[in-house]
Design a protein around this ligand. Structure first.
Ligand SMILES: C[C@](O)(CO)[C@H](O)COP(=O)(O)OP(=O)(O)OC[C@H]1O[C@@H](n2ccc(N)nc2=O)[C@H](O)[C@@H]1O
Ligand SMILES: Nc1ncnc2c1ncn2[C@@H]1O[C@H](COP(=O)(O)OP(=O)(O)OP(=O)(O)O)[C@@H](O)[C@H]1O
Length: 291
């Protein structure tokens, strides 16, 4: 049994700067990954299988097994392996679902990326980075960044990746009001698609300087998402009242994050917010280091 982590991605900043002829939006986004995530386990088997469990599995209970991103990742990688003459044998895949579904922290994309990584090892298949990136992108705009899995700036529709290496971790709390959000619905509600690019990256050497830089950036999807899901305003107000250094929405929502001065401050804020909203997904976490 081989296990691959599928860490949540958080868009610390997300600027929408244009739109392609095919409708996809051009973005500039500073992305980090957290120690909170799903887990994908893979083993060779007599015939293909897919098992789903974990605390957030119910969010996918109506999901047809053929449309789950884990299964789509398996099929896309197998097709590429077979083209290279590699016997991509039958596998049983188990998804331990811990991240809320359709929540702006890339759970499905992270699962797909983890599946690609695990199956490359199980099948002893080493596609070129270009081939692997193309397979990832065919599964979703966020899958290439999840494959990278370390802090980065994403451009294009999310597939042009520039690694960045902050010298510090960030303690954060993520809050999801348990309302799923459709990514295309949020993009379609944007008032402007020609927003300013990310300002030149600030210092990656000290956290406070970085947070000052971050405060000059935005998530352009936050306003349209708030119009669709009023609870996003509640998440942001709750974070603002909890001693956060900066609070914002991730991706197309509805998950919001707050940054804190320490792991203890993040944990205390999470506990306080959980007491106020017992049904919501509220977790203290820390960003994964670039190393
Ligand atoms: C908002 C972000 O999460 C930021 O990281 C991503 O841009 C979304 O990535 P994703 O969920 O993997 O997106 P996909 O599954 O590829 O696309 C879902 C839909 O979102 C819209 N979409 C997505 C990405 C993008 N750059 N522009 C878009 O307009 C398109 O309508 C697309 O049909
Ligand atoms: N393994 C999976 N986990 C989550 N969603 C999946 C999965 N497989 C397919 N999906 C479908 O993908 C849709 C988007 O789910 P996901 O949790 O990745 O959204 P998200 O967190 O908003 O992602 P992003 O931030 O990349 O937009 C869901 O509505 C669900 O139907």
């Amino acid at each position: 049994m081989l296990t691959a982590e599928a860490p949540a991605k958080v868009n610390l900043a997300l600027h929408v700067t244009g739109q392609r002829a095919d409708g996809y939006h051009l973005i500039e986004s500073l992305v980090v990954f957290t120690d909170l995530g799903d887990r994908v386990s893979v083993e060779l088997c007599d015939r293909d299988g897919f098992d789903l469990d974990g605390p957030e599995a119910a969010g996918l209970s109506n999901e047809d097994a053929h449309t789950n991103l884990v299964v789509r990742a398996r099929d896309a990688l197998r097709a590429a392996a077979l083209r290279d003459g590699i016997d991509a044998a039958a596998v049983r895949i188990r998804l331990d679902k811990r991240l809320p579904v359709a929540s702006g922290i890339g759970g499905g994309s992270a699962d797909a990326a983890a599946t690609l990584k695990a199956l490359c090892r199980v099948w002893k298949f080493a596609p070129t980075p270009e081939t692997l990136s193309a397979i990832a992108l065919s599964l979703g705009a966020d899958v290439p960044m999840c494959l990278h899995g370390k802090p980065l700036i994403a451009r294009g529709i999310g597939e042009r990746l520039e690694p960045v290496a902050p010298d510090f971790g960030l303690d954060m709390v993520i809050v999801n009001p348990r309302v799923g959000v459709s990514t295309p619905a949020v993009f379609s509600k944007l008032e402007r698609r020609d927003n300013a690019a990310l300002p030149a990256p600030g210092s990656l050497a000290d956290r406070d300087g970085f947070i000052d830089w971050l405060a000059q950036t935005r998530n352009d999807l936050q306003a349209p998402a708030m119009r669709l899901v009023p609870d996003i305003s509640v998440c942001l107000a709750m974070l603002a009242d909890s001693g956060t250094l900066l609070a914002r929405m991730s991706g197309s929502g509805a998950t919001c994050f707050g940054l804190y001065a320490s792991a203890e401050a993040a944990e205390a804020a999470a506990q306080h917010m959980r007491a106020a909203r017992p049904g919501w997904f509220i977790e203290a976490t820390r960003t994964l280091s670039p190393g």
